[in-house]
Design a binder for this molecule. Sequence first.
Ligand SMILES: [Zn+2]
Length: 371
Amino acid sequence: MKYDILLKGGTVIDAAQGLHAVCDVAIADGVIAALEPDIPATEATHTVFVKDKYVTPGLIDIHAHVYYGVTTWGIKADAVCPTAGTTTIVDAGSPSWVTFPGFREFIAKPAQTEILTYIHISGIGLVYGAVGEMHDLAYADPGRVAETLQQHRDITTGVKVRQGKMQVGDNGVAPLKLAIQAAEQAGTPVMCHIGAGVPLPEILQLMRPGDVITHCFQGNGDNIVDAKGRVIPEAWKARENGVIFDVGHGAGSFRYEIAQRAMEQGFISDVISTDLHTGNINGPVYDLPTTLSKLMHLGLSLEEVVGKATFSAAKAIQREEQLGNLKIGTVADVAVFEVLEGEFEFFDAHGTKFTGNQKLKAALTIREGKL
Ligand SMILES: [Zn+2]
């Protein structure tokens, strides 16, 4: 047989190739082998008929917490990703340079899901909530962080820092400056969590092109929209400079009203991620397709949300050559979705309920050519 798996009759959505059309997808030896209008089922060992379904690159969730057993937030990636069309999940800084070896050995290596990670600027990493990991700047060792990133480029994506008063105490943007120092040394982006208590303009002014702001629609104070509901000029300026804005839904970092206000003004997030952890996996987040459905309710098209969780996500973690697309020769990480029609209740991170009429549901997930 020429191919191992053939996905037949589905509508392919691939932002990287500007593709939105009915097309067959064939997989051989773990890579995308053919994309053609009509590939005979006789050419594949296993054919899946996916008519009326959508075939997309495997989803990439650039903000989640999967350091199970070491942090209070850690979930098991393989318990959620394969049923959610998610083939790559990125831990947003649970490991520090200190705890990274355990993450590599016991979390990333045995998993079926591809697991990558940001390294936290604090040597504590994200172990448990009561600890403000950057209350004391002495916890930051930019040199060691950079070294870890350089030595483990294969599974690392950059430096994580959380810039809310709860995490940094009276240290303002000093932790972000240290994170940038590590990132410059290693040649990687920074992912910065925003929250109340540190002026957002100060943070945005420091962010470099390619750095990521996560929790962009958080509404706990120091939001991207001001008291009058206007997107602050510094956010527009940062976007112009190439700063990437990511949703990072979480248990307290996605306020429906903020997203609505920002999106009405044309301020759309570049990437859509979940911030999945133990505190939101049983709601309101559940999985990445649910978060994508919420953004569809807020006005984005299926094509847009898929693009933001595949190609745009891959670019944010500097892996667009290999991940987040269905180009021939790239790794066969593929998802198939149904769009359910009906009445669906969604909740933001603050208990605000909204009813959507479409919901994305993963029908199958293929990782490295395996169903
Ligand atoms: Zn997080």
